[in-house]
Ligand binder design. Structure first.
Ligand code: SAH
Ligand code: SF4
Length: 376
């Protein structure tokens, strides 16, 4: 008798997802199935290096293991619901559909010698920074490890299926994702356990083998999460969203500062990694009349003492209906000069994908903002 669609769906949901298991987790799974652990390496490689969704279709695996795998497991990728291409700088924004119908966004950004994926760690965000669109959604839910890693995998699959896109960039054919930034939707350190496992998977030499130095976890200053992250991955790279060196002003624009003041966060970074540890990127979104004075620049310079810090200045992207705006270019330049003269490594970064609302703080209103440059 023909199987009813809903039965197939339930069966499918009962399958256990292999995506999201670290290699240690996959090794346990294989061992529990009574097979030699070595096969976990093969399965891991098939999933993450070969991008296979049937990783058990591999002649070196024992037939008994293959049979159980086929029966009980699946590699389920999230879906790309819409892919928008920016005409302005070629970046691609993916609207990613999750199993429960929720959506997040991931943005692929080609640069001179690297291909960076900006990914999401939560649906929405609980932190409510006043200049951020995602913050206005509140937290809807956490992403699972599979959903975080799945964004990388689906972008890799998309790349393989769209070689013409790479041709349109300055990158060589066959280029794979080289850098990851956790700067999409969500506060990654509010979902720190999932982010820790995702980092283990992304850096695993049997899989995508990304260097820890090529992955940047951006935080608004989650002190407990910072400790937890460095305990698990001492070489992790943090991007700290500073946005104001002044505690009371920062508390007004970033409510997280009331819980974990900037001085405590910076103090903890000095203790844990200091000047000789991994570099810390300080993100500084520039808002006219709020945080763009020379005095702000000098106070920001003082924060870098005792750290191996670099500063990125990001002119605010407009988020309707807020009246906040970016300072004029001359003010940004003057601010940059103060930092430069203090001997600090500083860059002004204009967000990518502005025409497709892929820029920082704009990730949310995607589905309502159709673009002519839709690729599908
Ligand atoms: N929650 C994390 C990471 C996601 S936001 C964090 O806050 O760091 C990624 C970056 O985009 C952060 O530096 C954030 O402050 C910045 N951002 C948010 N809204 C912005 C806007 N409207 N214009 C420019 N940058 C913005
Ligand atoms: Fe959350 Fe980061 Fe947006 Fe603040 S800036 S609301 S922490 S996503």
């Amino acid at each position: 008798m023909a199987q009813h669609l809903s039965e197939i769906k339930i069966e499918n949901e009962l399958l256990q997802d292999l995506l999201g298991l670290t290699r240690a987790g996959l090794t346990d799974t294989v061992r529990n199935l009574g097979a030699p652990e070595i096969h976990a390496k093969t399965l891991f490689r098939r999933i993450y290096k070969d991008l296979s969704i049937n990783p058990w279709s591999e002649p070196t695996l024992p037939l008994r293991l293959v049979a159980v795998m086929q029966d009980k497991f699946a590699v389920r990728l999230p879906q790309i619901k819409v892919a928008h291409r920016s005409a302005y700088d070629q970046s691609m924004k993916f609207l990613v559909g999750l199993g429960d119908g929720r959506e997040v966004e991931a943005v692929l950004m080609p640069e001179k010698a690297r291909l960076t994926l900006c990914l999401s760690s939560q649906v929405g965000c609980a932190q409510g920074c006043v200049f951020c669109h995602t913050g206005r959604m509140g937290l809807v839910r956490q992403l699972s490890v599979a959903e975080i890693v799945g964004q990388v995998m689906l972008a890799e699959h998309w790349l393989r299926e769209h070689p013409e896109w790479l041709e349109s960039t300055r990158l060589a054919p066959g280029t794979r994702i080289s850098n990851i930034v956790f700067m999409g939707m969500g506060e990654p350190l509010d979902n720190v356990e999932a982010v820790i496992d995702a980092l283990s998977i992304l850096t695993d030499p049997y899989g995508l083998a990304l260097g820890m130095a090529h992955i940047s976890v951006s935080t608004a200053g989650h002190l407990v999460g910072i400790d937890r992250l460095y305990d698990a991955h001492p070489k992790a790279r943090l991007a700290l969203s500073v946005h104001s060196p002044d505690e009371s002003k920062r508390s007004r624009i970033m409510p997280i500062n009331r819980r974990w003041p900037l001085t405590d966060v910076i103090g903890r970074l000095r203790e844990r990694i200091g000047e000789s540890g991994p570099p810390v990127m300080m993100q500084y979104t520039m808002i006219a009349g709020v945080n763009d004075s020379d005095a702000d620049a000098s106070a920001l310079a003082a924060l870098t003492v005792g750290l191996n810090a670099k500063i990125n200045l990001i002119p605010l992207n407009n988020v309707e209906p807020s009246r906040l705006s970016a300072p004029p270019p001359e003010r940004i330049q003057a601010f940059r000069d103060v930092l430069h003269q203090a001997g600090i490594r500083v860059m002004v970064r204009y967000s990518k994908g502005q025409d497709i609302a892929a820029a920082c703080g704009q990730l949310v209103a995607f589905a309502k903002k159709p673009s002519a440059a839709e690729l599908g």
